[in-house]
Write a protein of this length. Structure first.
Length: 537
């Protein structure tokens, strides 16, 4: 068996149980991984130097194909209503079949860290079938110094074999696609999917399981910090603006997607960014556009001009979920340490396609926990097959697929931290105004940025506020640089009765969704739920 690259000689590939591999390439850097990917036609080269790969049938995650091993350690720890379960025996059969499927293959191995805080970081070893997957995970996680690779002993191991097809009857899964997580053994097995994001989110899931027991809050959020050390967190589901809004040239980017909050402050789990690129432009997002057009970046499902090889970021022919993965330091103002102090502000982002929510609202701690547990955004027509009208989506903690513990665990942690540090919390709507999707317009990015500036410089705290009659939170009545009517959504609708009906419909969706959490929260949070007031009657 051929082995190349820097590794710990005491930790060869056979420690995981692999046998009869053709080769293992250890901890290769970008140039070598480019060469392997291009030689085996896994990817193509863009005009700017990015490595461009297509993921086939899976252009996003497969949450219904994710399963957790149900054993004595996880039985009373995992939120099973949200997690598919397989037995220890089924996982062992899957593990052995993975080892068999890997025989005679060439694998790429990377030894990496999950977490910028050394006291909380986990050591992760990732075996991949594709060279471009190895570059992806090397880009997304934190990269040890070469000297740190000696004696590297993984606490978590991921095996990613897109060619492997699961057997539902034998392995207890839903289809030929599988993401199997064994928290007790620290193993994740990924098969029959070329979507690289499954690896990244598997590490996030693992950290979401182990960190709360240590009193550390894992978060699906981006983070940046100002010159005065004022950290801001941006919670939000995909497409709500986490990456875009945290990439502020006047502030230092801590990270764009996954963080922890420990007694020492906020720390990035990752060493890279995974930005959506559909309709990306140099004018609107110059830093991300520049990072997406250079050597070392992986473009996923981005269409290239067939002759010039220039990326067409407006083309969603393969998927709307086109992505760019690049090292964090490709962003000029990125943090070198991935760490910052505790947050001063928390922004909860939502893309409201019903055109009901205001562009910004101030939340009490109880309201913040309510909206955190709700995790509201909306799907719009055209983004998924069969979606013709806006559809409410509630993904608890703004990341339900990655939260193995009950949401109340994360919600209580967050509320305690908000209270301890006196954090100001805000709900920001980056969705629609002046009507629902198809009638109104998208919230202008200039409005959102102006409001965020007012939050970050502290001026919004001194504004005058009104109480929203539908949701009960406080909404500013006037902000310099923002048209007054847009702050009061009902005034932007041509038909007030239609607005009232839509607002009531959204309130009822919130109430129906939150019913499952009623027994897990205290009276203050229950009272924070939207209730149409007499002012709206």
């Amino acid at each position: 068996m051929l082995e190349t690259g820097h590794r710990n000689s005491a930790c060869g590939a056979d420690t995981f149980g692999f046998k009869h591999l053709t080769a293992v390439h250890w901890n290769l850097l970008a140039p070598d991984l480019y060469e392997h990917a291009l030689e085996h036609r896994e990817a193509r080269l863009s005009s700017g130097g990015a490595l461009v790969a297509e993921t086939g049938a899976h252009t996003g995650r497969s949450p219904k194909d994710k399963f957790v091993v149900r054993d004595a350690a996880t039985e009373n720890e995992v939120w099973w209503d949200n997690s598919g379960a397989i037995t220890e025996a089924q996982f062992e059969a899957l593990h052995q079949d993975f080892l068999k499927a890997a025989e005679d293959k060439t694998l790429f191995a990377q030894d990496l860290y999950g977490g910028a805080d050394p006291s909380c970081a986990i050591k992760v070893r990732v075996y991949t079938e594709f060279a471009w997957h190895s570059l992806f995970i090397r880009t997304m996680l934190r990269r040890p110094e070469r000297a740190e690779l000696d004696g590297f002993a993984p606490e978590m191991t991921i095996v990613d074999l897109p060619s492997f097809k699961a057997d539902p009857a034998r392995h207890g899964v839903r289809s030929e696609t599988v993401i199997a997580v064994n928290f007790t053994k620290g193993i994740v097995l990924i098969g029959n999917s070329s979507y690289a994001g499954e690896m990244k989110k598997s590490v996030f899931t693992f950290l979401n399981y182990i960190l709360p027991k240590k009193g550390i809050m894992p978060m699906h959020c981006s983070a940046n910090v100002g010159k005065d050390g004022d950290t801001c967190l941006f919670f939000g589901l995909s497409g709500t603006g986490k990456t875009t809004l945290s990439a502020d040239p006047q502030r230092t980017l801590v990270g764009d997607d996954e963080h922890g909050w420990s007694p020492e402050g906020v720390f990035n789990f990752e060493g890279g960014c995974y930005a959506k690129t559909i309709r990306l432009s140099a004018e609107a997002e110059p830093e991300i556009f520049s990072a997406s057009n250079r050597f070392g970046t992986i473009l996923e499902n981005v269409v290239l001009d067939p002759i010039a090889r220039v990326p067409d970021f407006d083309d969603g022919g393969l998927t709307e979920n086109t992505r760019a993965a690049y090292p964090l330091d490709f962003i000029p103002n990125a943090s070198a340490t991935g760490r910052a102090g505790p947050p001063k502000n928390i922004i909860m982002l939502t893309c409201d396609a019903f055109g009901v929510l205001p562009p910004i609202a101030r939340l009490t701690p109880a309201q913040a926990m309510y909206h955190f547990l709700s995790g509201y955004t909306a799907k719009v027509a055209g983004t998924e097959k069969g979606v013709k009208d806006p559809e409410a989506t509630f993904s608890t903690c703004f990341g339900a697929p990655f939260m193995p513990r009950h949401p109340s665990v994360y919600g209580n942690l967050l509320r305690d931290l908000i209270a301890r540090y006196g954090v100001d919390c805000w709900l920001v709507n980056t969705g629609w105004t002046s009507g629902k999707f198809g009638v109104g317009r998208r919230m202008p990015i200039k409005v959102t940025r102006t409001l965020l500036t007012a939050v970050l410089d502290g001026s919004l705290k001194t504004a005058s506020f009104r109480t929203d009659p539908y949701f009960g939170f406080e909404v500013p009545t006037a902000v310099p640089g923002v048209e007054t009517d847009i702050l009061c959504p009902s005034k932007t609708w041509a038909d007030q009765a239609e607005f009232d009906a839509m607002a009531r419909k959204l309130v009822s969706m919130f109430q129906e969704n939150f019913a499952k959490f009623e027994d897990h929260v205290d009276a203050a949070v229950r009272d924070a739920r939207p209730q149409v007031s007499l002012a709206a009657e």
